[in-house]
Design a protein around this ligand. Structure first.
Ligand SMILES: Nc1ncnc2c1ncn2[C@@H]1O[C@H](COP(=O)(O)OP(=O)(O)OP(=O)(O)O)[C@@H](O)[C@H]1O
Length: 599
């Protein structure tokens, strides 16, 4: 009972939240690497013992050499001091390297875990959190876990053991002097606790400021063409300057708050040393004490000053790191929003017939985008989705890919409801070629191989030929190994699309989702792409968001999507004859295109 009270009083020094975070870190990363930590603890023990030994020897040096004038002690004692210093140096090295190895492993492990967690999140999650915040959590969170553990381990190992050893030396030499020297410690601890809340608040603000600057800078550089063509540089410069300045002010406030413990510690150490000098001076001069004891205590006190200062600041230094660790845990604790139920079967595609039955879906609650949408895309045929902007065409594609699931209604492929099979199997059977092609920084070869990472160079080339991309790829000096630049910045729009088509050829999935480019390409490029797409569509169930009349005219079925429903469907001529929505839509587009041709 008494012991638990004692423990409670000790743990009351920190908040329950802090306690839980630390406990979790020790039980996970700490436990996993206990051998490494134990080894570094041994090194730290040796360091503490040698430091204390050095302080103890100081007393002997003064008494033997200076008071007793024993010349043989000179060699012995200087040899001992040298030896202790060498051992201390090596153990400091061992401790630093061991801790760094364990720490780097913890960072690497946590980064892998965070990445895994993030990859299990659905598209909705990424739409809700900025890339900058995700990457900051990814980097600083993982580092914070290491920093907390290392701070605590070094404080407990090196600093606390040193303080204990040096305190023992002080007590051995003169208990009264020791008590005077240590009497100031509780005041230091109380002083530091006051600063913690302040540091925490500033850190939170600093983190949000850093996220904002990172987010805006990413957007600025990604959208650099827009920035330049609208002459937005000056406005952006001013906006960045004010954000950066306020982050600078927050960092300064943080340093000020963190350093406020400095003057307090220095003053208290000064008081302790002055009191020891007063007492010791008096007792050496009048009380028959030897100067060696005095020197030993002063040396121990001076040596314990740095580790004691670090111990006093531990809680303060931990504050910001603990917040980082908590952010890490928030990511690690996220439920996988894309987890398939255990034991779910895979999708088995025969023809690839897609059916939407009365599907309702909205990205936000009570804001339906699809309102009871139904249609069928027959196997091996091309079904075109047309309709006004914002009508829900891309949303249909998103649901087939299972980026989102419908609120009600059923989506089936060959009779199997896609919500009842694994996401992986659905995506394995679907190729999506969108109008905004995403290329990863790397080579052209790597970007095509995204369609099937195990593909051989011959298969990659075959896919590129089918996509009418082979010739332009060879026209680059590096051929297939040419770099595409970040997001494919070094390729034209038409070239990027042909790379995307090559990816789809390589993937060879039975279902093809095609989001036709709206942007006008030059006619040669356009013709190449059309040819490539025609080959790609052969024998696949193709669902195409059509912007071109040509695609619509040739489609086996056209579905007019408006207001979240399919309002008309049929072949081109049937729909024209009906003189309904499609007819109007077609007239509008046709007139527009005629105008463009005449211009
Ligand atoms: N990620 C999202 N979060 C919230 N709303 C979205 C999201 N994506 C689309 N929407 C909304 O859903 C509606 C349908 O969008 P969708 O992209 O499906 O239309 P679309 O018919 O493909 O249009 P377009 O022809 O212009 O590409 C729009 O009102 C749009 O604002």
């Amino acid at each position: 009972m008494r012991q638990s009270k004692f423990l409670a009083s000790l743990t009351n020094l920190v908040s329950p939240e802090t306690r839980d975070t630390i406990a979790r870190l020790f039980l996970t990363d700490g436990r996993r690497h206990w051998k490494g930590y134990a080894l570094s603890f041994v090194f730290m023990g040796i360091m503490a013992a040698t430091t204390s030994g050095l302080a103890y020897l100081m007393g002997t040096v003064i008494n033997r050499i200076f008071v007793e004038q024993n010349s043989s002690a000179i060699w012995l004692l200087s040899g001992a001091v040298f030896l202790l210093s060498v051992v201390k140096g090596f153990s400091a090295y061992g401790q630093a390297v061991t801790l760094a190895y364990v720490g780097n492993r913890i960072v690497a492990d946590n980064q892998k875990k965070v990445l895994d967690r993030l990859l299990h999140q659905d598209v909705r999650f990424f739409a809700g959190m900025h890339t900058a915040e995700i990457s900051l959590r990814f980097n600083s969170g993982a580092q914070a876990a290491r920093n907390v553990l290392n701070l605590i381990i070094t404080s407990l190992g090196r600093d606390l053991l040193s303080v204990i050893g040096l305190t023992a030396v002080m007590f051995l030499q003169d208990p009264v002097m020791a008590l005077i020297g240590l009497g100031v410690m509780p005041i230091a601890v109380a002083g530091v606790r006051r600063l913690i809340r302040k540091v925490r608040k500033i850190f939170e603000r600093e983190f949000h400021g850093a996220v904002q600057i990172m987010a805006e800078s990413i957007e600025t550089f990604q959208g650099i063409r827009t920035v330049k063509s609208f002459n937005m540089e000056d406005a952006l410069r001013a906006r960045f300057a004010s954000r950066i300045d306020s982050l600078e002010r927050a960092s300064n406030r943080m340093i000020r708050a963190q350093s406020q413990s400095g003057p307090l510690m220095e003053a208290l150490a000064g008081v302790a040393i002055a009191l020891v000098i007063m007492y010791a001076g008096w007792s050496v001069l009048h009380g028959g004490r030897t100067p060696g004891e005095f020197f030993s205590v002063i040396t121990a006190l001076l040596l314990s000053y740095e580790p004691a200062k670090r111990l006093g600041r531990l809680n303060l230094d931990l504050t910001s790191q603990l917040l980082g660790a908590r952010m890490l845990f928030q990511v690690l604790d996220m439920k996988a929003t894309e987890a398939d139920e255990p034991g779910m079967p895979g999708l088995k595609v025969e023809g690839g017939r897609i059916e939407f039955e009365d599907v309702t879906f909205g990205y936000r609650e009570n804001e339906p985008v699809l309102r009871g949408l139904s249609f069928v895309a027959e196997p091996g045929q091309t079904t075109a989705l047309v309709g006004p902007s914002g009508g829900g065409k891309t949303t249909v594609m998103n649901l087939i890919e299972r980026f989102y699931d419908p609120e009600s209604g059923r989506i089936t492929i060959d009779g199997q409801q896609i919500e009842r099979v694994t996401r992986r199997s659905v995506r394995d059977n679907v190729s999506y070629v969108s109008q905004d092609v995403f290329l990863f920084s790397g080579t052209i070869r790597e970007n095509i191989a995204f369609g099937r990472p195990s593909a051989s160079p011959e298969e990659i080339e075959q896919a590129a030929r089918a996509a009418h991309a082979h010739d332009f790829i060879l026209s680059f000096a590096g051929g297939y190994d040419s770099k595409v630049g970040e997001h494919g910045a070094q390729l034209s729009g038409g070239q990027r699309q042909r790379i995307a088509i090559a990816r789809a050829f390589l993937k060879n999935a039975p279902i093809l989702l095609l989001d036709e480019a709206t942007a006008a390409l030059d006619s040669e490029s356009e013709a190449e792409i059309q040819k490539a797409l025609r080959t790609l569509q052969k024998d696949r169930t193709t669902l195409v968001i059509a912007h071109r009349l040509q695609t619509v005219v040739n489609a086996d079925r056209i579905c007019v999507v408006d207001g979240g429903r399919v309002v008309e469907w049929g072949r081109h001529d049937e729909l024209l004859a009906r003189r309904g929505r499609y007819f109007n839509f077609h007239q509008l587009q046709f007139a527009d295109q005629r105008e463009r041709l005449l211009a």
